[in-house]
Design a protein around this ligand. Structure first.
Ligand code: C5P
Length: 404
């Protein structure tokens, strides 16, 4: 289950054409290409002549492992139909950066070089990442062209505001390669969760001891945030109830920030009635301080005893509601994973429980999961958390469908 290519039901192709046009942001296309190939997407690069002034085809050939095409008369294509052949295997053409001139050509259906021919002859999705000086972007002609492209079904990614290569500041910067890679991989995901409302808890909780101290844990929130992103990619409407983390919420999620388990409980209960699926990923503190102090507790030489009282088990309470959503729990165990996880699944009456080894999971970018449900055990081998989240959401979508 190495890359997510081919393995994800509903995603038949993981090949794209990356078109590069002439602009200073062309150097960032190399990083975009690297990020896409890292995700298991095969990339065929096609460049305009102007792009070759900014970055060489050799660089992109080295990164993609494929010859780069720049010329519509390239003799390497046996039937001389590069404009047809190169796009037929692709699920998308991504033009990044897309210059003002290239956008104008696309809007008018012009085809005077290989890349514009490819775009005109495509039978797949077209995504463009505009990059240009702010005045060029704001020019009514460019805005007319962009409006036309959107009306034609082209997906326009960005641009964003910031410092420009020319020294001016304003809108026109190409989105960063990481953001573009996120959008592109998202557009590949099968929309198995369209219309589903998913409530997710993530991160640690923070239980106040006094004005400056508290009890928390080492959960980074990465797994829960990756699950939120994977669910969004698959078309779900996502509410993310998050304890304190250093992460930014995936674009499109409705995020509710909480600190304590009690606040997390309130936020979940407030949103659960409208949820189809509840995924409890948060590392909720099992106990809180019975009487938190409003002021900083002063140091003394005698022992200090803090009384801890149990927090509500959010997941168990949701699962025992009269008409519960499809509930998914997580269990991080340091030993006897299979035994403890199955016990926990039965005790909390969950259709699905996701087990992992605590020492491997906490804070790291990679993980390994084992899914426990009525059909038995389904291991998801070691991978980055987003890849695992996509596989998990596939499994949840199938199980939830089956449970309806
Ligand atoms: O019982 P344990 O804490 O190991 O169960 C873990 C699962 O229960 C996780 O899905 C976690 O998010 C959820 N949980 C919860 N509320 C608690 C404790 C755990 O929702 N107070």
């Amino acid at each position: 289950m190495g890359t997510f290519s081919c393995k994800i039901r509903g995603m038949n192709k993981s090949h794209i054409v990356l078109g590069i046009t002439g602009g200073i942001a062309a150097y960032k296309a190399a990083e975009l290409l690297r990020l896409l190939t890292k995700q298991g997407i095969s990339v065929q690069v096609a460049m305009t002549e102007a792009a070759c002034h900014f970055i060489t085809p050799t660089t992109l050939q080295g990164l993609s492992g494929k010859p780069v095409y720049t010329d519509q008369w390239d003799a390497r294509i046996p039937n001389n139909m590069a404009h047809i052949n190169l796009s037929r295997e692709a699920s998308a053409i991504v033009v990044a950066p897309a210059s003002a001139d290239f956008i104008a050509k696309l809007a008018h259906g012009l085809a005077d070089d290989l890349l514009s021919n490819l775009c005109l002859a495509r039978n797949c999705l077209l995504l463009i990442a505009p990059a240009m000086n702010r005045e060029m972007w704001q020019n009514p002609a460019t805005q007319r062209n962009i409006a036309q492209l959107i009306a034609d079904g082209v997906q326009v990614l960005g641009p964003e505001s910031g410092m420009q290569a020319c020294g001016e500041e304003g809108i026109g910067r190409m989105l960063e390669p990481e953001q573009l890679a996120e959008y592109i991989t998202a557009s590949f995901q099968p929309k198995l969760l369209s219309g589903q409302k998913i409530l997710i808890t993530a991160g640690p909780t923070y239980e106040t001891i006094d004005a400056v101290r508290g009890i928390t844990n080492r959960s980074s929130g990465k797994m829960g945030y990756a699950i939120a992103r994977a669910a969004l990619e698959m078309g779900a409407d996502v509410t993310l109830v998050s304890g304190p983390t250093a992460l930014s919420a995936p674009v499109g999620a409705q995020k509710i920030d909480v600190q304590s388990a009690a606040q997390m409980y309130e936020a979940v209960m407030h949103n659960v009635a409208r949820s189809d699926i509840f995924i409890a990923v948060a590392a909720v503190a099992d106990y809180r301080i019975a009487l938190p102090s409003e002021h900083k507790i002063k140091k003394s030489s005698s022992n200090l005893t803090l009384e801890l009282i149990p927090n509500p088990d959010i997941l168990a309470q949701v699962a025992s509601l009269p008409n519960p959503p499809f509930c998914v729990g997580f269990a991080a165990e340091s030993e006897n994973l299979a035994e403890y996880a199955e016990q926990k699944r039965r005790a909390k009456k969950l259709p699905l429980l996701v087990g992992n080894i605590a020492q491997q999971a906490i804070g790291s970018d990679d993980n390994e999961l084992i899914l426990f449900d009525d059909d038995g055990i389904h291991p998801l081998p070691r991978a980055d958390k987003l890849t695992l989240a996509r596989h998990l959401m596939q499994h949840i979508a199938q199980r939830h469908q089956g449970a309806l």
